[in-house]
Design a protein around this ligand. Structure first.
Ligand SMILES: [Zn+2]
Length: 226
């Protein structure tokens, strides 16, 4: 279930910045945040797609009608950013730019979205950005138990882009919070070996779905672009 999405100012700004930097090429990113008991998603952070343009495997590609993540980079940075918060962030889904005013998914997108929804019992978010000519973000939700037949049964979700709607506790950093003025915290975590097997496992499990699509994405030029 997903009733609405609230996106932090930082995350919304990051999507706009990434789109404008790469305009008119495609780009995208990873959405990190929280799932509330009432089904509302809180997007706290957006992870950029990475560096090393188009060299070989594990690189990022920004092209017209084609886009691919640098998966090593995304896995690393997502785990890092998540670990900075007192309440660690979860993988909520993906976003990417589409050409023109196309704010619906390609068949290749369907495959990726279904893989992400299948990996997470909370389902997945998938956002599309258009510039026609103003920046526009359309957010969709795909439940874990998708009832769609040929095409997934996406639900269009309203996005509230306003940090003031997000509970304060989600902004608290893990080790240093200004109001506490404690610059010398005691180590409260677990050894690195445990950490790597812990909450990063969710991200590591989900993101290889992008790799499985790699060859299909190459065949996905208009109208079935990525
Ligand atoms: Zn697409």
């Amino acid at each position: 279930m997903c009733e609405a999405v609230v996106i932090s100012d930082k995350a919304y700004n990051a999507i706009i910045s990434e789109v404008f930097e790469w305009h008119p090429y495609e780009t995208g990113g990873i959405l990190l945040g929280h799932v509330l008991d009432n089904g509302i998603r809180i997007i706290m952070e957006v992870i950029p797609p990475g560096y090393d343009e188009g060299l070989a495997n594990q690189r990022v590609f920004h092209e017209m009608g084609y886009f691919e993540y640098n998966q090593k980079f995304v896995n690393y940075l997502a785990a890092h950013v998540s670990s900075l918060y007192r309440i660690p962030l979860s993988l909520l889904g993906l976003w990417h730019r589409h050409p023109g005013s196309m704010d619906t998914f390609s068949l290749t997108d369907d495959i990726t979205n279904r893989q992400f929804a299948a990996l997470d019992t909370d389902g997945t978010l998938s956002g599309l950005v258009n510039i026609d000519p103003y920046f526009r973000l359309t957010m969709y939700y795909l439940p874990h138990n998708d009832k769609g037949l040929f095409r997934p049964a996406y639900q269009k979700i309203h996005v509230y882009n306003d940090s003031s709607l997000i509970p304060d506790e989600y902004f608290e950093m893990k080790h240093y919070r200004g109001q506490n003025k404690n610059a010398h915290p005691v180590f409260e975590g677990v050894p690195r070996t445990f950490f790597l097997q812990g909450h990063t496992a969710n991200l590591r499990k989900a993101l290889p779905a992008l790799a499985a699509n790699r060859n299909k994405l190459y065949l996905s030029w208009f109208p079935y672009h990525s």
